[in-house]
Design a protein around this ligand. Structure first.
Ligand SMILES: Nc1nc2[nH]c(I)nc2c(=O)[nH]1
Length: 268
């Protein structure tokens, strides 16, 4: 499939055209990326208009993380708005460069959407945030050493994570705290020392996605909301070593609540 990112905007337009033609929609109002643990997030959003394997859309690839959907869904929510849902994402650690990582965000913008919801699974630094805790991202720290921006694109990042959308989430569910998300390159999890560093520089969450997508969303002028599912305590926060089975179990247990939360955010 098409993986020419010499002109990322043109590739996003190609992807948007393929989605319009194949799914019979002329635009989208909101885009969502479903990260680890959020796969049920699309279940109650509305009537599925159609779906496409990501690998069939220009610029996208099948996810390398098994168990992650790998489709793009178009859904008509009850208000008549169109949601485009990406049930998989490309991570920086796949070594394809930064453009494929943010291609989903740019494609959603090319479809005319005004809002982007990025969800992810992550490690938590706060010991009281048990696996299954949902945290609304209020700011991020990009520790990847790269960026999707090229040239003199000095964009302001002050309100990258739209405060009004964070407030909306907290009105929907007052138990949801806010936090600062730090993106590491991955694919290794952090060492305890790296987790301590992340805490010292102000992070509450550590992950391997989302910050680069947020930069692209800011560049595209999308209103952005980020929701993290704490699937594990970050390395060193608890004496237990990281256990992938625990990550999967925490995501599965939280799934019904996440689906309800997303549907209320999208519809209200
Ligand atoms: N970097 C990082 N990414 C993650 N993704 C998940 I799920 N848990 C973690 C974690 O503890 N650290």
């Amino acid at each position: 499939m098409h993986h020419d990112f010499s002109d990322p905007t043109a590739t996003a337009e190609l992807a948007a055209r393929a989605i319009r033609e194949r799914l019979g929609i002329d635009r989208a109002d909101i885009g969502l990326v479903l990260g680890s643990g959020w796969s049920a997030g699309a279940d109650h959003l509305g009537e599925i208009i159609g779906s496409l394997p990501l690998a069939e859309i220009p610029g996208f690839s099948a996810p390398v993380v098994t168990g992650h959907g790998g489709d793009l869904l178009a859904i008509r929510v009850s208000t008549g708005r169109i949601a485009v849902v990406l049930t998989g994402r490309t991570h920086l650690y796949e070594g394809r460069g930064v453009e494929p990582v943010v291609h989903g965000v740019r494609t959603v913008a090319a479809l005319g959407a005004g809002t982007m919801v990025l969800t992810n699974g992550c490690g938590g630094l706060n010991p009281s945030w048990e696996p299954g805790t949902v945290v609304a991202i209020r700011d991020h720290i990009n520790l990847t050493g790269t960026t999707p921006l090229r040239g003199a694109t000095f964009i302001d990042m002050t309100t990258t994570w739209m405060p009004e959308l964070v407030q909306k989430v907290q009105q929907i569910d007052t138990s949801i705290p806010t936090g600062v998300y730090a993106q590491f390159h991955g694919p290794s999890y952090e060492t305890p020392a790296e987790v301590r560093m992340a805490g010292i520089i102000g992070a509450d969450l550590v992950g391997m996605s989302t910050a680069l997508e947020a930069i692209a969303a800011r560049e595209a002028g999308l209103d952005l909301l980020g929701l993290s599912l704490v699937t594990n305590l970050a390395a060193g926060v608890s004496p237990e070593p990281l256990d992938h089975a625990e990550v999967v179990a925490a995501g599965r247990a939280a799934a019904p609540r996440l689906a309800t939360l997303l549907s209320r955010i999208v519809v209200e």
